[in-house]
Design a protein around this ligand. Sequence first.
Ligand code: ADQ
Length: 474
Amino acid sequence: MVDRSPFVVVANRLPVDEIPNDTPGGRVTGTGDQQRRWRRSPGGLVTALHPVLVEHHGTWIGWAGTPGDVAPEPFELDGINIHPVPLSEDDLERYYEGQSNATIWPLYHDNVEPPVFRRRWREAYRVVNRRYAEAAAAVAAPGATVWVQDYQLQLVPAMLRELRPDLKIGFFLHIPFPPIELFMQLPQRAEVLRGLLGADLVGFQQRLAAQNFLRLAKHLLGTPYHGNVIEYEGRQVKADAFPISIDVGEMERLADNPLVRERAKQIRAELGDPKTVILGVDRLDYTKGIEHRLKAFRELLAAGKLTVPESVMVQVATPSRERVEHYQALRIKVEREVGRINGDFGRVGVPAVHYLHQSYSRSELAALYCAADVMMVTPLRDGMNLVAKEYVAARLDHGGALVLSEFAGAAGEMRQAFLCNPHDLDAVKDALMRAVTVDQHEARRRIGVMQRHLRRHDVARWASDFLTELGATS
Ligand code: ADQ
């Protein structure tokens, strides 16, 4: 068992992946039948928090990725104490796929798909949130700082405060926070709101989300607020915006690697050296606007404004939440649209859309970014969207153009993108055509401005801004 920690991160998932026992390297835990091998999973959040966790002998609490009633024993990996919490198959179905991803996720993303409400999912959400809160209460040192992450764990702050009033508790929501009218649909609404109000600081991607939260608290619980501070049960709860970012240095290093640059050239060659490569990279999620983007491309081909093989689209759609019904339906719709475009506009050996339902390494993603003339990021609603930031950071050559939805949090910072309303197909087509035809000088200027912004606002700065403000709360 690890010592109690002065800094604890609580997230649905641990920043580790279990790898097969015959894989070389990795951290080995247990012996005999119980032997397991672990590797740190890539990701901006862990990269940003790693130095803080190492410096403060910190602990990360979360699920290790394999369902079961018993979690692996806590262990240390790369200077971080890893504290697994168990999730059974039932928990995954009800708390994770159900309440988190079929109720809260669509509701918080403007109801772009209708949320599903089930009483047994709500109960599971409560039970699992309590499990995470109890784990945090057990490992946090007196007066420790605990940082709870995201929509799966919105009840944890209040549960934890009840168990450990001595702690400093922060919460960050990675997805949008909806306006009052939508939030009010949630059957568990007051409980969720009170859950969040257990924190000293509630962080959001955008100012608008923080405002939604302040107004909601007043509307639902009658709690007054001054500026961005809510008076709640004799405490002060602060709500503020902390737009998340990426590990800019990592993406720049990848993009500068000769192997990645070579791979980017190879990708273009494999695509038949077209004049224009249009790229989409998303989790296969109905919030990402993949269908809308494909439809815009199809209509431009039909109108002869774009032609094959001069223009090709590459759509990478990472498999995601495959057991949730909305996601199964989306996959069918996207694949039907890709088939339709290729049927109408492709030729033997020359498809109009290359569709890849696969996960890629960071270096392959960087190569794709470097190979693309136009990156299309067109979510109907998105907390931030890191792909937009990764693309810009990867373009050390100052090449490329970004088409970006106004409904992505990233649009608040990346004003030099070709912004569009993804619900308006003509606006998407117009933004895509402007990006395809923009003159080189103008394109370079736009990417340059956005890169300078990103270098000053990377994920380490995001983490330190949040933790500094949390430290300053009374
Ligand atoms: P996501 O909805 O998952 O994140 P996003 O911000 O775009 O969306 O992050 C996706 C990440 O996955 C990126 O780092 C991207 O490189 C990676 N990725 C995508 N496709 C991949 C593939 N095929 N193979 C490998 N990696 C792939 C949620 C919110 C966002 C918010 C983030 C962070 O929905 O709005 O920006 O959290 O807060």
